[in-house]
Design a protein around this ligand. Structure first.
Ligand code: SF4
Length: 445
């Protein structure tokens, strides 16, 4: 049965040393109760505390790290659906490199992937890992590709190598880099030993839930928990069903062998199939997704979806409320206003920029809400906007006395003019995409 924060607090050392990353033992107890921490994070817990709290404080899904410096953290999820609370650790996206590929083209591909990134709503998005699959006849090719990747990239690694001696040799090149190793065969004692001595995590594969459960149980019994589970199926529906069962079993039934992050290795005939499979895996419930190809359109689609799913629904992504310069505005340039919901800001500023004019965009503090939501909540009305203008001294910085308000907030026009004497409020378009046409039509400059 789950223990309360107070029950967990009792056997803790109560020294408030902060070594667990939070300032007090009580705060740590609350984190344990919420399954957001593990008892192992307190290095001073007594044997008695370990015994009482060990299993009870274990999170339903373990946090697993891949990589040495700034590792990718996956797992530690607590809900089935994002709207129940939030998802905490977004899936890592890996690109597969095969050792059978020509080394010169591999080198070019690694360089291109290493420099590829896109910015969306203020976040820089880039693939997180490489999956190195050893499919060449030459055993030395595995080490060569690892060296090639190491020389050109800082991304974390997943290794898929059926040749034991090539794998052991490859791991020697990755000291302190804590890669994940994909096991295709059932887990052996030798695998566990190799994982322990190299600080790596193990991706266990199984073609049935029973098979995966047995393997995870074996690792758990040996005290090894850096596990990721790979339900190995060519059938997308089957994989979706298995992933859902594993997630539900871990969260709702506290079934420990399935309390680990999940892995999806995408096999597909073409880009459309790869996108369909990766999308399903991303939604339900893969923590690492390995793509067979490097395809920018595929990546951008997945980044967008991942960003939508893995942001906290209770904390909208916000930009700083202030005056933003679009182009090179002068004090006489037009003034637009909007809210500080990140997506709104990036869309509106992008459309003003597309129109080719320079302007001031005043982004009001609306706690990250979109225009309609903020208006409905009374955070984007004449009085609040006027107060905000005053607080950042818009009148002292800009001579223009015309402000374009979003079409969806046309109701605030009269109120705003009343609260900001000397200003004319113009109702702009409802959709940001109509801003360039609006600017031309009203001859704003
Ligand atoms: S590390 Fe342990 S003793 Fe120190 S504050 Fe955290 S819970 Fe308390």
């Amino acid at each position: 049965m789950a223990l309360s924060g107070l029950e967990i607090f009792k056997p803790l050392p109560k020294t408030n040393c902060g070594d667990c990353g939070v300032p007090t033992c009580m705060a740590f107890a609350m984190k344990l109760a919420q399954k957001k921490a593990e008892l192992a994070e307190c290095p001073h817990a007594s044997d008695e505390a370990q015994e009482v709290l060990g299993a009870a404080s274990e999170p339903p899904i373990r946090l697993v790290k891949i990589g040495g410096k700034e590792p990718l953290e996956i797992g530690a999820e607590t809900v089935m659906f994002r709207h129940e609370k939030t998802f905490y650790h977004q899936p890592g996206i890996a690109i597969e490199l095969k050792t059978s590929e020509d080394e010169a083209s591999l080198a070019g591909k690694i360089e291109e992937i290493e420099t590829y990134s896109v910015e969306r709503v203020g976040e820089v998005l880039t693939p997180d890992l490489f999956l190195i699959s050893h499919d060449a006849g030459d055993p030395a090719a595995f080490a060569r590709v690892i060296e090639l990747v190491k020389g050109k990239s800082t991304k974390h690694l997943i290794l898929d190598c059926p040749d034991r001696s090539a794998l052991t040799g490859g791991l020697k090149l990755l000291k302190d880099e804590h890669p994940a190793v994909l096991l295709r065969d059932p887990l052996s004692d030798e695998d566990l030993e190799l994982a322990r001595s190299n600080g790596m995590s193990l991706i266990l594969s199984g073609t049935s839930l029973e098979h995966l459960s047995t393997q995870a149980g074996k690792a758990r019994d040996a005290g090894f928990n850096d596990i990721i589970l790979n339900y190995d199926s060519a059938n997308m529906t089957e994989e979706l069903q298995a992933n859902t069962i594993m997630r539900r079993s871990a969260l709702k039934k506290d079934y420990k062998p399935f309390g680990y992050p999940l892995f999806a290795c995408i096999n597909a005939e073409n880009g459309v199939e790869a996108l369909a499979r990766a999308t399903v895996s991303l939604c339900k419930y893969a923590s690492v997704i390995a793509l067979p190809v490097y395809d920018k359109a595929l990546l951008y689609t997945l980044f967008t979806l991942r960003q939508n799913i893995y942001t906290d629904p209770q904390k909208p992504i916000q930009v700083d409320p202030k005056i933003y310069a679009i182009g090179e505005p002068t004090p006489e340039s037009p003034v637009f206003i909007t809210t500080n919901f990140s997506l709104t800001y990036f869309i509106v500023s992008g459309e003003i920029e597309n129109s080719g004019i320079s302007a001031h965009l005043v982004v009001c503090d609306c706690e990250g809400q979109s225009v309609l939501t903020a208006w409905a909540a009374g955070k984007f009305v004449g009085e609040t906007v006027a107060k905000f203008f005053k607080s950042i001294d818009v009148e002292g910085k800009i001579k223009t006395r015309k402000v374009v308000i979003p079409g969806y907030a046309s109701q605030i026009q009269g109120d705003l003019e009343e609260k900001m004497p000397g200003w004319e409020a113009m109702v702009g378009p409802q959709e940001a995409s109509d801003i360039p046409a609006f600017i031309k039509k009203v001859n704003l400059i």
